[in-house]
Design a protein around this ligand. Sequence first.
Ligand SMILES: Nc1ncnc2c1ncn2[C@@H]1O[C@H](COP(=O)(O)OP(=O)(O)OP(=O)(O)O)[C@@H](O)[C@H]1O
Length: 678
Amino acid sequence: MLTDAVTTLSGVGEKRAEGLAELGITTIYDLLYYFPFRYDDLKVKAIDEIADQEKVTLKGVVVAAPIVTRFGPRKTRLNVKIQIEHTVVLVTFFNQPWLQDKFEMGDEAAVYGKWDALRHTLTGMKVLATQNSEHPSFTGIYPVNKHVRQSWLVELVKQAYDRDGQNLPEMIPDDIRAKYKLLPEQAIVAGMHFPQTPEQASAARRSAVFREFFLFQLQLQALRQQTDATSNGLMIPYDNQALKALIATLPFELTRAQKKVVNEICADMKAPTHMNRLLQGDVGSGKTIVAAIVMYAAVTARYQAALMVPTEVLAEQHYAKLTALFQGFPVNIALLTGSTSTKDRRSILTGLESGEIDFIIGTHALIQKAVNYHSLGLVVIDEQHRFGVNQRKILQEKGLKPDLLSMTATPIPRTLAITAYGEMDVSIIDELPAGRQPITTTWIRKNQFRQALDTIKTQLGLGGQAFAITPLIAESEKVDLQNAEQLFADLQGELGPQVSVALLHGQMKAEEKDTIMRAFSDGEIQVLVSTTVVEVGVDVPNATVMLIMDADRFGLAQLHQLRGRVGRGHQAAYCILVADPKNEQGVERMTIMTETNDGFVLAEKDLELRGSGEIFGDRQSGLPSFKLGDPVGDFNSLAVAQQVASQIFAQDPTLAQPEHKMIQRYLNSIRQKNGSLD
Ligand SMILES: Nc1ncnc2c1ncn2[C@@H]1O[C@H](COP(=O)(O)OP(=O)(O)OP(=O)(O)O)[C@@H](O)[C@H]1O
């Protein structure tokens, strides 16, 4: 059965089951829908057919024995020459010295890698068996981990498919499937896992992407139905005088744009309709204070307000800020995250239920089953694309259908926003607070690193602080950490012991991260070396330098977010991108970063470049992330899925018709899965 555990398949022991669970696979169904993220075409090609940078397999005779050389502290290079007809090709493998044993002079070798047409060299990625007729030449590559290897996973999928592939329920109703020429489920699964040709894979992908969007849109529709059902939502009659009193205590004047959006949001909250509003504002435009003001509005009308943010670092920071802001005001604020102690948690839960706590700030800990609210009237979600629809839905159910305000720093076009999030109103903060100095962005090559050091030294001399960021390379946490540690050591060495440099990374305990962030915020730490845990929302106005290593590995939206961590005070600020881009796109991204500070311009460019699937890690794109589909590249599919899902709900609101039974069951199962997050 599809609901059986993967352990019912042969060969799945405890360790492997654990490894699979880490990948989100616990049942046969999960396994069958765990798709490759790309395909490698291992077919051997002739040299003159290969395009520059294309990934290909070359087969030839080893004509020079392999040589391993070391460079840098822990890096190696393995060179081997193979002859293909009359051409000798140099193949280089980085950091895989053990492959040396795979090459014998005079033997035939097949190597898969990336072709450099100019130099006639191949950067090797893997060595293939030369007689591999039983292995298909077109193979899927899956995200895996140390207990789950590619080849084993493929075998396991086959086993599951042979056993249960014919039992897959059809999620997409027949008429829709026929109308849009979509494959049935079994064909989707087979085509995604075992395609013979690129064409078969892309046909399967087309249907699989639609299916993914369709299921997502069904959830959006369910959420919408729920909020519509209370056709008159909450009326929050806030106390305008109290708001004015709060605003009067701020150390700055609100910008015109901030005043405008506060008015829009407050009017919406006061109206008897349900609020579903998106607040867009570029990095540093002052969204947090807007959130604080409208949350206070809810409190003055005796409702509770919740602020949900994507990381603990951010939750801590907002908590500290809001606590300071509301000193002297009758507001009881609490913080709830995954690392809140059991004792504190218990008293917070009691306080929320009794209504004693007015404001709660936290991560997705806020939607755990055990959390009950007394009178939740307003929910603010920061960087909503980091949360799933269902997580939003659960938070909604926890209150009296509270008003909802989502915040994002990424300006996405309205049609795209609506299609990706459902119908909503949009408020925009279109100006930055007065007195901000533009950030000067420069792009340097790695061998010009000295220049970056000079800027950092000068800025530290002026009393400023610096961030130094290394990218997350999802394939290996170990390498990420190594890179960050190396940069930390380099900077400490260069800047000398009188400068306090600290390292912050994703694998640290929340408490540790928090202590470091606080010390940086208080100016005790001058240089903070970090993996991208500081990317969103961190606010340290005294920081004036943002150094980003391997900047070409980031997408534009993410670079803009990172850059937005500086230039938040009155001093001039600098963003230094260090990168040796490997292709045109990388060069283009670096260049445009140096040309504009405007988030809107960058967002447009980002969407334009995304189409080609170039961007590395798009968590900052402001859009929900899908396993397969790309809301930009596959926009049409997303739009059709929305249309179809909304028609289904319009015709059959209770999903009682037989052809919608599967959909109803699916939505219920999702609900149960996420409803028990504890
Ligand atoms: N009207 C204003 N005048 C001066 N400073 C302001 C104003 N509004 C906010 N600030 C300050 O600007 C900084 C950035 O504000 P905030 O953290 O709210 O930005 P944000 O929009 O949330 O940015 P991000 O998306 O980068 O997190 C803060 O230090 C805040 O105190």
